[in-house]
Design a protein around this ligand. Structure first.
Ligand SMILES: Nc1ncnc2c1ncn2[C@@H]1O[C@H](COP(=O)(O)OP(=O)(O)OP(=O)(O)O)[C@@H](O)[C@H]1O
Ligand SMILES: [Mg+2]
Length: 277
């Protein structure tokens, strides 16, 4: 379980996180969406002991990150936003070094299991720096799986990956959930959050403006959207709360208007637009 309570973090005059609170139950995938600079990485860093919050508290599986850092280190795994592999070493050696550092028991077996888990076994002797971006990401995931963490933090795991590799990555992340792990991930891809996450939060300029299941977020914004072209020929979207309201609006907007179900992108755009304006 992840319990974040009133977390605030400033960097000089910048308030990276402002009174952020939420709870994630065990075994869920929670996704944090937000534009550049929203505070996503800052939150990951606070929960993974890479930076200290100014105020508030963060507990992972009941343990306080500030008071029990050693115990916290034993139950977390982190894939940072920027790849931090040892580029000179092979795939296997990267896992070996990490495993030794984390005192992983039965290391050889665990390395094999982790490599099979992300389907990178065939490339075990390749030099990490020569791998494609997708394979480097998979190696990072194998590395994180090595110590069998209870809670996994993934900061933009699918950045720069092609759609096919991204699907593979999603399956690996779903596998983490099947194994009973809790996954906290950040992403810029709304579609990814929709496809993968049990719970989605939207962070904007350090404020958590909403958090809930994708269904709950869609329902709270309004279940239907009317797409239509305005007088300047630009495509517009308007969220409606009822089917009747949507039909009425579509009728007003003319024959080119159409009605569809709300998706997370509509919710994201509506909420962020509201806050920005
Ligand atoms: N070490 C630091 N020193 C000063 N300011 C920082 C530092 N780290 C982050 N910030 C600032 O805090 C804010 C939040 O940054 P953060 O990296 O958490 O955003 P993010 O949501 O992860 O963005 P991105 O999507 O670009 O990765 C930004 O305004 C950033 O410039
Ligand atoms: Mg970031």
């Amino acid at each position: 379980m992840i319990e974040v309570e009133a977390v605030t973090k400033r960097y000089g005059s910048i308030c990276a996180l402002d009174n952020v609170s939420f709870t994630v139950p065990d075994g869920q995938i929670v996704g944090l969406l937000g534009p550049n600079g929203a505070g996503k990485t800052t939150l990951v860093k606070i929960a993974t002991l890479l930076t200290r919050m100014d105020s508030g508290s963060c507990r992972l599986n009941g343990m306080d990150v500030l008071r029990q850092p050693d115990a916290i280190r034993k139950i977390i795994g982190v894939v940072p936003q920027t790849t931090n592999l040892d580029r000179e070493l092979t795939v296997y050696e990267n896992l070996l070094v990490y495993g030794k550092l984390h005192k992983v028991r039965k290391l050889k077996e665990q390395i094999e299991r982790a490599m099979q888990g992300v389907d990178i076994w065939e490339r075990r002797d390749a030099v990490a720096g020569n791998l494609s971006g997708g394979l480097q990401r998979r190696l990072l995931l194998a590395r994180v799986l090595l110590s069998e963490p209870e809670i996994i933090f993934l900061d933009e795991p699918s950045i720069g990956l092609d759609p096919q590799i991204r699907q593979q990555l999603w399956n690996i992340i779903r596998g983490m959930r099947r194994a009973g792990r809790t996954v906290f991930m950040t992403t810029h891809y709304i579609q990814e959050a929709e496809a993968l996450c049990d719970c989605v939060g939207i962070l904007l300029k350090g404020h958590l403006i909403t958090i809930g299941t994708p269904e709950a977020l869609r329902a709270s914004a309004g279940g239907q959207v009317v797409d239509y072209f305005d007088s300047a020929g630009a495509l517009q979207h308007q969220i409606c709360h009822t089917r009747a309201e949507a039909s009425e609006l579509a009728h007003q907007r003319g024959p080119a208007a159409s009605i569809r179900d709300t998706n997370l992108e509509d919710v994201f755009l509506a909420l962020t637009h509201e806050r920005m304006s």
